[in-house]
Design a binder for this molecule. Sequence first.
Ligand code: ZN
Length: 73
Amino acid sequence: MFRVARVPQSETPLPTSWKRSLMAHQKPNLPTKICPVCQRPFAWRKKWERCWDEVRYCSDACRKKAKSGESCG
Ligand SMILES: [Zn+2]
């Protein structure tokens, strides 16, 4: 009699990507910054992928406000 002591492994590990999407499927893990003009957080956007480090304002409107400086109307 030849017998191989082999324990069948029924344990199937879940892929990490699955776990992640299950945990936070609504919130992508994007970096955020606080706009110094309107004090609101804004998230990374595709159009900023090359210049995210330089992005400071959430929108063109806020950038213009910041640049126009002091009271101008
Ligand atoms: Zn802003």
